[in-house]
Design a protein around this ligand. Sequence first.
Ligand code: DAH
Length: 340
Amino acid sequence: MKERIEELRSGFSLALSAATDDAALEALRVEYLGKKGHVAELMKGLRDVEDKKAAGQLINTLKCDVEAAIAEAKEIMRRAAIDRKVRSAKKYNPTLEGGAELGSYHPITLATREVEEIFISMGFTIENYNEIVNDYQCFEALNIPKHHPARDMQDTYYLDNGQLLKTHTSAAQNAIMKKYGAPLRAIFPGRCFRNESTDACHENTFFQMEGMMIDENISISNLIYFMKTMLSEVFKRDVKVRLRPGFFPFVEPGFELDINCEICGGEGCPSCKNSGWLELCPCGMIHPNVLREGGIDTEKYTGFAFGLGLTRLAMMKYGVKDIRDFNSGSLKALSQFKSI
Ligand code: DAH
């Protein structure tokens, strides 16, 4: 009897793995558990067995195993059928007539996310900030009092209520210092607006990513280290950069960090105003007045800040020659970033 049961077991598992639909499972169930099935036949055979108890137990275990295996196989098939149905179902979208195409991410979104990842891995938090700010946030808190000539560099869109469209992401520095205090590591990407006459490298709407790191003993070498790491991660190769003095009232000393134009290889083209270099990431040591205005103890803390030109970075990274393509809304241009 024992051998017969073993034989039936292996026959069952073979037949089960070959069963591909409900009908095959049902046939298998009848074959084993039906009135005239193998289990019933074994039970009949019990009459002639000496150790009825042991044999009965073996038959019962076989019966239970067959029942459980069939139930499990049925459940797996049921789920697979639902899965197939869901997958093949047409997605309903009331605004489309049919043949819906998948959208793609905007190159600025792709560049932003990539830079965010890099800074997250270096312990920075990401802050989001308003596009409409006030004069204090955009200028005064940044050591640019009313009538300061530095305001000339940023031709600003003012709203009727005295607020303005932020001209740079630096406008969030003060609020973020007040929110977190020191020590602080944060980046805050955002859209900025300036009344620019547009050309291949100027737009009235563009993206920057501001970053701040405030702690004890922060120096220019920390600044240079972070900028270098970020650029080599973004471009995944060595890119030529140059650091030169730059004036911004909210940093002292201030620098311009330029990148060799990736479009013309440094020879000069409309994208880099024929200079071979592109101002990519102005930066500097945060001015004590700015720290103080943000409630930071300047005896204890120093910090650096940078204003990465995200739009310019995307131009260099993806070889976009004309900055105006980004806001063009042209699907022909933008859908090319699908696979990047
Ligand atoms: N906010 C400046 C601009 O848009 C750029 C900038 C310069 C940001 C130096 C900084 C900085 O954080 O340290 O022109």
